[in-house]
Design a protein around this ligand. Structure first.
Ligand code: R2B
Ligand code: URA
Length: 299
């Protein structure tokens, strides 16, 4: 059973502002059977993933549609921040870019799914990243999330203080994802992932509007991350994700495709973006299909 761990929260008067939802009987009825929460940065990608899942799971009836149609409905559309779809026992939602955006979403999703009485829920981030020493197009299942200071934990700032939280990925979920990827013939591996608060200077890029370091400092940093800490990819969310899931006591893991090798360059301009973005989606859909069939909870 999911349990909100906040003694000050009064559930009855709560409102999940960024989702545009309140704790009502209808919300409970929609979400009570959720087992997988799939989260990715872009609205369009998560809308497409919802449609893809709907087909992959054989059009489950326990999906949420636009009135009287078979079109999946964006349940959080009215709030204008994230998109969110319910497909069978799954949620497909966008989280925007960066840890603050993702963390707000996680607070509200944890409260929503607790209110709905969900049990045994797995959270998976499906994303893009820059690789370190990998052939572009390789998918990475995160082992250990790192901060941009190369620390294997997440630092929360609250009320003017820093608190360090363990940031982890569920090992079983990660190895299941790896297996699914291999079964599909995906170029997939597992390694550590570094999350940064910026795409440009924060990830050691030399092609931002501003730059405060030299090419040598950049390469020293990326090589240190790679060689000393086993970091295989860089993105902007897995560190807070791993910490929030660990604190809340739910399974969570990150699976990201790499769009370039950061040891070779900075620019993301691959013509294969659309094709590569589908890879983690296919891996996650495969995992969901097989585990839902195992539990026989489809429909
Ligand atoms: C990967 O891609 C985005 C930046 O382009 C960011 O959300 C991330 O983690
Ligand atoms: N997303 C990132 O955060 N970094 C990259 O290099 C590519 C995608």
């Amino acid at each position: 059973m999911m349990k909100v761990q906040n003694p000050y929260l009064e559930q009855s008067g709560d409102y999940w502002y960024h989702l545009g939802l309140a704790p009502t009987a209808q919300v409970k009825a929609i979400f009570h059977d959720v087992k997988f929460v799939c989260l990715g940065g872009k609205n369009k990608r998560m809308e497409n993933f919802a449609k893809y899942l709907y087909q992959a799971l054989d059009e489950p009836q326990n999906s949420f549609f636009e009135n009287g149609s078979k079109r999946l409905f964006n349940i959080s559309g009215s709030a204008g921040r994230y998109c969110m779809y319910k497909v069978g026992n799954c949620i497909s939602a966008s989280h925007g870019m960066g840890m603050p955006s993702f963390q707000i979403l996680l607070h509200e999703l944890f409260k929503l799914l607790t209110f709905a009485g969900c049990e045994d829920v797995a959270f998976i981030r499906i994303g893009t990243s820059g690789g370190l020493g990998l052939e572009p197009g390789t998918t990475v299942v995160t082992k250990q999330p790192y901060s941009s200071l190369l620390k294997p934990y997440f630092t929360q700032v609250a009320c003017g203080c820093e608190v360090k939280y363990e940031s982890t990925c569920d090992e079983q979920l990660a190895s299941q994802l790896l297996e699914c990827g291999k079964k599909l013939g995906t170029k997939i591996t597992t390694g550590n992932t570094m999350s940064c608060d910026d795409f440009y200077e924060g990830q050691g890029r030399l092609d931002g509007a501003l730059c405060s370091f030299t090419p040598t400092t950049k390469m020293d940093f990326l090589e240190r991350a790679h060689k000393d800490h086993g970091i295989l990819n860089i993105e902007m969310e897995s560190n807070v994700f791993g910490a929030m899931c660990k604190r809340f006591g739910v399974k969570g893991t990150t699976v990201c495709v790499t769009l370039l090798d950061r040891l070779q360059g900075d620019l993301v301009n691959t013509p294969k973006l659309a094709e590569w973005e589908l890879q983690p989606q296919a891996v996650v859909a495969e995992l969901i299909k097989s585990s839902l069939h195992e539990k026989v909870i489809l429909n």
